[in-house]
Design a protein around this ligand. Structure first.
Ligand SMILES: Nc1ncnc2c1ncn2[C@@H]1O[C@H](COP(=O)(O)OP(=O)(O)OP(=O)(O)O)[C@@H](O)[C@H]1O
Ligand SMILES: [Mg+2]
Length: 383
């Protein structure tokens, strides 16, 4: 299977069905099912050790799953040699041929395929320009920085025009500025080539900015697959809520108040008690809690849905205020509960509003309903 009649670069669907990969007692990947559409850029994100590289290795054929089926373009590829799967993997650590120039390294897969010289040169020049390494084409790898080498490895995978790219943290060695530029270059290149890409990162900011859909993995298990907007607005569970977003969602233990209360400008109704005060509940949320007979939950609320508000319903003390360009976030500490220190919650300061001072006592108001999660499983209650 070297592509046969298939034109180079034709995008293929990738499908994982009930994939498990165990190493002794440890399931590095646990019953993972995931469909990646032809031509899609899917970002796989999760903390270190959650199984991201393992998933790519299983798709590439560098490892075989303990259970489950891997399909590429509809074909089962379990047991098929990596070289016959026609997917290009860009590794977390990469190897270049040290005795070859950058240009030679990049064009290597094209030479192997006996692509004519003029076409090889055109391909190399194009991708080198995209990845900002065109001034390095005559150098040898030893004369490059780590980030430059990483881009050469990426360029070499791209010129092959395989039916899918598997990229394992391919920008990890770049400085912050170049990383942002390369992210954009990759997204553009992917859109132009229309190739299927599975892109792995542990950086949730990168995931949210690059992926049309992102798949979030924790301890080998898939937590949620959705658009970045959906994941941020409706995280499937408390793990996703606390992992995705800048800053991530504030997730705090809460108990259902027995009776109705009136707070500040809020109407009367049942509320959730949290350290330092109460948060309002919508009618639907009150019904959902009643139906499940739950009195304790995890309440999640984003910084942008909280504000410092004299009419607010939660007392807190400002710990510090951070500025990110035009945006300011106040880290506010809720009152201590028991022996534990009070929890820090992040609150966005709206444009034009006065930033509170460190040590200032404030009240916080919520202007959107909280997300509610099951305290035992972490699952979203109105999923
Ligand atoms: N060959 C192996 N033998 C035993 N355990 C392994 C092996 N390869 C991976 N693991 C374990 O499987 C889990 C997933 O590893 P994997 O490399 O896929 O994580 P990752 O999400 O890519 O992490 P990182 O972000 O640090 O690269 C880890 O707990 C790891 O220790
Ligand atoms: Mg990895």
């Amino acid at each position: 299977m070297d592509g046969g009649d298939r034109p180079p670069g034709a995008a293929s669907a990738i499908s994982l069905e009930g994939i498990t990969k165990s190493y002794g007692e440890v399931a590095a990947v646990d019953d993972l099912s995931l469909q990646i559409d032809p031509g899609e850029l899917l970002v796989l994100v999760g903390p270190s050790g959650c199984g991201k590289s393992t998933v790519l290795r299983l798709i590439a054929g560098l490892d075989e799953p303990t259970a489950g089926t891997v399909r590429i373009a509809g074909e089962v590829v379990n047991g098929i040699d990596p070289k016959d799967r026609d997917v290009a993997m860009v590794f977390q650590s990469y190897a270049l041929y040290p005795h070859m120039t950058v240009a030679r390294n990049i064009e290597f897969p094209l030479r192997a395929r006996r692509v004519p010289k003029a076409e090889r040169e055109r391909s190399v020049a194009g991708v080198a320009r995209n990845l900002q390494i065109d001034h390095l084409l005559k150098r040898k790898p030893a004369a490059l920085s780590g980030g430059q080498r990483q881009r050469v490895a990426l360029a070499r995978a791209i010129v092959r025009r395989p039916r899918a790219f598997l990229m394992d943290e391919p920008l990890s060695n770049l400085d912050a500025q170049l990383r942002i530029e390369m992210r954009a270059a990759l997204v553009e290149l992917q859109a132009r080539l229309g190739t299927t890409v599975v892109y792995v990162t542990h950086d949730q900011v990168e995931a949210v900015t690059m992926g049309r859909r992102i798949a979030i993995l924790d301890s080998g298990r898939l937590q949620q697959v959705a658009t970045p907007a959906e994941v941020q607005a409706r995280p499937a569970n408390a793990f996703v809520a606390a992992f995705i977003g800048s800053p991530p969602m504030n997730v705090m233990p809460a108990t259902l108040e027995p009776g109705e209360v009136t707070t500040g400008t809020q109407n009367a109704g049942r509320h959730l008690a949290v350290a330092g005060g109460v948060l309002p509940l919508t009618g639907a949320q009150q019904a959902a809690l009643g139906a499940r007979d739950l009195t304790t939950v995890l309440a999640g609320i984003r910084a942008e849905d909280l504000q410092v508000d004299p009419e607010g319903s939660v007392r807190a003390t400002v710990s510090f205020v951070e500025s990110f360009g035009a945006e300011r976030i106040a880290a506010c500490r809720l009152p201590a509960t028991g022996a534990a220190d009070g929890q820090l919650v992040m609150v966005r300061i709206s444009a034009g509003a006065r930033a509170p001072r460190t040590g200032e006592a404030v009240t916080l108001g919520a202007h959107a309903p909280a997300s509610l999660f099951d305290p035992a499983s972490g699952a979203r209650l109105d999923a």
